[in-house]
Ligand binder design. Structure first.
Ligand code: ADP
Ligand code: MG
Length: 607
């Protein structure tokens, strides 16, 4: 059910109360290569903090001297305070150096960790099942790679740098204070745990809010990504206004959530400020009476001022920890998700034994994100090696689904698909997809790079000569050469700067360069005009020779050359035979032919 969350969900989706846990084990995995740097950073930060604790003590002594000179003007203030001032200057210098050091180390390890996390998340996303992507929006996934990693990284850095500084300062000062006055310490020992208890309680509420907030940001990114990615469609429908409003609506609720979170954090900080200030008042009160009773020097009370500040910054930090933890949980969520269909592993048939015979035996299938809906029911099909089989049938009948099962994008719910007698599930999927099957779809998607690289996508180690040969076979060489930049022409995102027929021919070249044993043509020419269809069809006919081919088509003119034709309806085979046989039979196929023949615009109507 969770798989379908993104698909067609209404904008105002109720937020799921699903608890996303921060995976400490994964965090440790990313942290441990940097333990040395972390250790060093901690040591430096501790050093800086200790120096920071020293500074107010010396300042306190200096204040004592100043106070003395305000009372009585004897002796030289300069000579008396020189030693202290030089010490202070030295401490300032050391503190600055240490700060520089630990910040450099932290940013080094923070950036490395963020990079490693992005790499790991990206490769784990790429490994997920196709069913996973059916249910997710790209923008939401991308937002985990960008925003969430960023948020996690900055929280991590802040927690180490500021958190370490503030807490050592607090602890350090408490220690000096406890030496100075046990009574003050006792008071703190009672108050601090109580405050921490309240803080933890508030923290869990804030974490939930923060998670919802990040979820909402991702949703907004998803909307923007979709609109920008399909800007041509948006423009064609003059839907800019609506997309704007959709994005604005998501942003508004983003903003509301963030404000709510902000209010929560503000409340926390306000309360903790009151608490701290009360503590200061209490200290001054108790400390003052000690000073009055000559048990404590006024300057020593100075050492209490700094921890107050540190405690306040600890409470600020707390909000960041909350955000960091929920961002981290989102980053780690998909990292430990393992796909049902692995990318590699399994048997690969040696190329000399590979014949390319394919069978579907009683295959039933429903898409994981629409479990109750059976797309294929008891479907049986045989693709003899080296022969062309056509699959026809009404749109939505499950033809593309057959191709997807053959590519092993999904596994059948029941029944088996075999290649040369081997169950596809026992074969190495990357070998199957990379070397055995060539897939050409109706809407070929190219990458925003050169034509050369696009064709080479089919076989990464192909030589330039191989690319040219494949392009010639695909009837593409001519138009590519006519471009000023030839094979170095960049095709735009998804190949938008090419015509449909050109894109299709590049897709054919890309599929042919891997010399596939089995070729799937899923309505490869149906989006083309008559002229490009002729050129593409010619290339496809040439490419089909000697291969096991599954042609999926609704335009029946393209399937008459097939050795056999399968007519599909409602996920089942309802007729099979050659063109003539099926015409004779006068069933669904004959009906389809008759209907298309009526369409006068069809250039090659059957007799
Ligand atoms: P055809 O290629 O014959 O037009 P398809 O195989 O694409 O048909 O689709 C068959 C049925 O499966 C349709 O009802 C369609 O809505 C559904 N379908 C297709 N792809 C998916 C998917 N990724 N997730 C869920 N249902 C799908
Ligand atoms: Mg289809």
């Amino acid at each position: 059910i969770a798989l379908c969350e993104a698909k067609g969900s209404p904008p105002a989706q109720p937020t799921r109360a699903r608890e996303l846990r921060f995976k400490w084990k994964l965090f440790w995995h990313f942290l441990h290569p940097h333990l040395l740097a972390l250790g060093l950073a901690i040591v430096l930060a501790l050093g800086a903090a200790l120096v920071n604790v020293q500074i107010p003590l010396l300042l306190g002594q200096l204040v004592e001297i100043v106070a003395k000179y305000t009372r009585e003007h004897v002796g030289s203030f300069v000579s008396e305070s020189r030693r202290l001032s030089i010490q202070l200057l030295l401490l300032y210098g050391v503190q600055g150096l240490l700060t520089f050091g630990y910040l450099v180390l932290l940013s080094h390890m923070g950036e490395r960790m963020a990079m490693d996390m992005r790499k790991a998340l990206f490769s784990s996303l790429l490994r997920q099942d196709i069913a996973f992507f059916d249910a997710k929006k790209t923008g939401q996934l991308v937002s985990r790679l960008t925003t969430d990693v960023q948020e996690f990284k900055s929280s991590f850095k802040l927690v180490i740098s500021q958190g370490l500084r503030s807490s050592t300062q607090v602890i350090g000062s408490l220690m000096t204070l406890s030496i100075l006055s046990p009574r003050l310490t006792l008071m703190l020992a009672v108050v601090t745990p109580a405050l921490m208890g309240v803080g933890t309680l508030m923290g869990s509420g804030l974490r939930k809010l923060s998670r919802q907030c990040q979820e909402q940001i991702a949703r907004a990114t998803g909307v923007a990504d979709e609109a920008l990615g399909s800007v041509r469609t948006v423009r064609a429908f003059a839907m800019e206004k609506r997309e704007e409003e959709r994005y604005q609506a998501e942003l508004e609720s983003c903003c509301c959530k963030a404000e709510e979170l902000g209010r929560g954090i503000a409340l926390f900080q306000g309360l903790s400020n009151i608490a701290f200030n009360c503590m200061v008042l209490g200290t001054l009160f108790i400390g003052g009476s000690l000073v009055a009773g000559q048990q404590l020097k006024g300057g020593d009370l100075m050492s209490w001022w700094l921890p107050r500040q540190s405690m306040a910054s600890l409470s600020v930090l707390f909000g960041q920890v909350v955000r960091g933890l929920s961002a981290g949980a989102r980053v780690f969520e998909y990292m430990s998700l393992s796909p049902v269909i692995p990318l590699t592993g399994g048997y690969s048939i040696p190329s000399k034994d590979l014949r390319g015979s394919i069978t579907f035996q009683n295959v039933s299938f429903s898409y994981p994100c629409r479990p109750g809906f059976n797309v294929l029911k008891n479907f049986t099909l045989k693709l003899p090696p080296g022969k062309i089989v056509a699959l026809v049938g009404q749109s939505g009948g499950g033809k593309t689904t057959v191709a997807s099962l053959l590519e092993r994008f999904y596994d059948p719910t029941a029944g088996v698909v075999t290649l040369d007698g081997h169950d596809l599930r026992t074969l190495d999927p990357s070998w199957l997809r990379g070397q055995v099957i060539g897939f050409i779809s109706q809407e070929p998607v190219l990458f925003a790079t050169t034509i050369m690289e696009n064709i080479r996508f089919g076989k990464l180690d192909a030589s330039d000569e191989e690319v040219y040969t494949a392009a010639r076979k695909a009837n593409a060489h001519e138009f590519i050469s006519s471009f000023p930049d030839g094979y170095s022409t960049v095709v735009g995102e998804r190949g938008t700067t090419l015509s449909g027929g050109q894109k299709q021919r590049l897709a054919i070249a890309r599929a042919l360069i891997k010399r596939p044993t089995v070729l799937i043509l899923d309505e490869a020419t149906s989006a083309l005009d008559a002229e490009s269809e002729r050129i593409v069809q010619e290339a496809l006919d040439r490419a089909s020779a000697g291969r096991t081919v599954l042609v999926i088509a609704h335009r029946l003119s393209t399937v008459r050359a097939a050795h056999s034709i399968i007519v599909m309806a409602n996920g089942q085979v309802c007729e099979a035979g050659t063109h003539e046989e099926l015409l004779q039979k006068g069933g669904l196929y004959a009906e389809l032919i008759r209907r298309q023949a009526l369409d006068a615009s069809l250039p090659s109507a059957p007799p």
